[in-house]
Design a protein. Structure first.
Length: 456
């Protein structure tokens, strides 16, 4: 085992400069899936990645059109029907970069400072899916046959609800059929400790808009007469929680399983309020006050306000009562919760509690349920052992408070057992300005994937 890992390390050392150059090229594509202005860049990025995989891994690779952005698919099935098949999932699309002025360098010109590589997508998920591709490349260049069948499904809409892939799944079932699904889009337990992610919360996005008038109004001429939609929206949203942080929507917790002692033993969770406050400048904690940090972040559902706007928000003052006020919300859901059911419950709550006379419009996304993996699956054991070898520290089982919207549907389509892994950290500023990763963790990710494929 040691000699095999050493061989992988020697290959990484020999090719370090070339890998870094290719990784930086991948990061230069502004593959922002949520903004139509970047549609061309999405295609260019997918084409580059597809060509790279075909050239450097020997896998059969193709770009598959969807109703949204292209899907990059690749496979190597030479190990035969008796060998296990692993489907690796990741995404090449990235979050928007706003607010741009807070970036210390161009988000699409990768820059290394103090050992960290700064770029949008550095870790989420270009860095992580690229080190998985390097694992396939390594096997080819070492002249060794893959001991398993390997597939890649790399989508371009993970950051925008995965609509294209979701609609394409019925036609892709045969391509995606596999024994194991490896999600390379997760994180470490801490800077020294690798982790398996055995589940993520589900996701339900929604948008609510209140309309109080036909157009913006002069706040002097109409102040005291017209009810301000901004005020109505703030009052409405404040009713979603009680003083203890518990969501007040009727039925919101009906299908939530209570945390057991066994749950606490199964999963590791690191949280120190002082360190957390120091790292992120957070003093006030949200969530349900009577819950542990593990429960609050991974095992309990939430509603969050992601954005609110209405009226004038530019420099200086413009004295208006806006005609409209809008809020964007997301729910993180746990196993047994049905996103459609929760969406209806929230919509009913908002309509019931809005100021009388205020028009309300609610746009509900379909949402995706939570998922859980099996810690005793062969893939889970292989990744755990590989990560332990690579990091010289026992790999821990964790749950993620985040969401990967498409995974529940991917599990159903592929018939696979799921395991998540990754080397991201909270301080990587995922989804925020100055997102970062480092080549040390990139290399650990590569070694873990390459070694796990061998162990499996």
């Amino acid at each position: 085992m040691a000699s095999s890992l050493q061989q992988l390390k020697k290959w990484a050392e020999k090719n370090r400069a070339a890998i870094r150059e290719d990784y930086f090229r991948f990061l230069q594509f502004p593959s922002i899936s949520t903004d139509p202005e970047y549609a061309k860049e999405m295609i260019l990025c997918a084409d580059w990645l597809c060509g790279y995989i075909a050239k450097h891994t020997g896998m059969k690779a193709e770009c598959i059109k969807t109703e949204g952005h292209p899907l990059v698919y690749a496979e190597d099935m030479r190990a035969g029907k008796e060998a296990p098949t692993v489907l690796v999932y990741g995404h090449y699309d990235v979050q928007p970069v706003d607010p741009l002025e807070l970036w210390k360098s161009d988000p699409f010109e990768p820059t290394e400072r103090n050992g960290l590589i700064y770029a949008r997508g550095a870790v989420d998920d270009k860095g992580q899916i690229f080190y998985a591709v390097m694992a396939a490349r390594c096997w080819k260049e070492l002249g060794r046959e893959l001991p398993i069948n390997l597939k890649f499904c790399i989508e371009g809409e993970e950051e925008s609800s995965s609509t294209g892939l979701a609609k394409a799944l019925p036609k892709l079932k045969e391509k995606l059929r596999s024994d194991y699904l490896l999600i390379v889009d997760c994180g470490m337990l801490d800077k020294e400790t690798p982790a398996l992610s055995l589940g993520c919360r589900g996701m339900l996005p929604l948008e609510v808009t209140l309309t109080g008038s036909n157009s913006d109004l002069h706040s002097g001429l109409h102040g005291g007469l017209a009810y301000n939609p901004n005020r109505a929206l703030a009052e409405l949203l404040a009713k979603l929680w009680d003083q203890n942080g518990r969501v007040q929507v009727k039925g919101f917790y009906d299908d939530v399983l209570e945390t057991t002692e066994d749950d606490f033993k199964k999963f590791a969770f690191r949280f120190d309020k002082m360190d957390y406050s120091k790292e992120f400048g957070i003093e006030a904690l949200g969530g349900e006050k009577d819950r542990t940090p593990l429960e609050a972040n991974c095992l309990r559902p939430t509603i969050e306000i992601n954005g609110m706007y209405g009226g004038y928000i530019g420099a200086g003052i413009k004295t208006v009562i806006p005609a409209h006020a809008t809020a964007k919300l997301t729910c993180r859901l746990v196993p047994n919760q049905d996103p459609k059911k929760i969406g209806k419950q929230i919509a009913e709550f908002l309509k019931k509690h809005v100021v009388p006379g205020m028009k309300i419009k609610i746009d509900l996304n379909e949402g995706e349920p939570a998922f859980r993996g099996n810690p005793d699956s062969l893939l889970a054991k292989a990744v755990s052992l590989a990560a332990t070898e690579v990091c010289s520290k026992k790999c821990e089982n964790t749950l993620s408070g985040g969401s990967i919207p498409i995974i529940a549907k991917m599990i159903e389509a592929s018939g696979a057992e799921v395991v998540g892994m990754g080397y991201g950290l909270p301080e990587d500023n995922i989804h925020a300005p100055n997102e970062s990763f480092d080549m040390g963790r990139f290399e650990k990710g590569f070694l873990t994937v390459a070694r796990a494929l061998e162990l499996l």
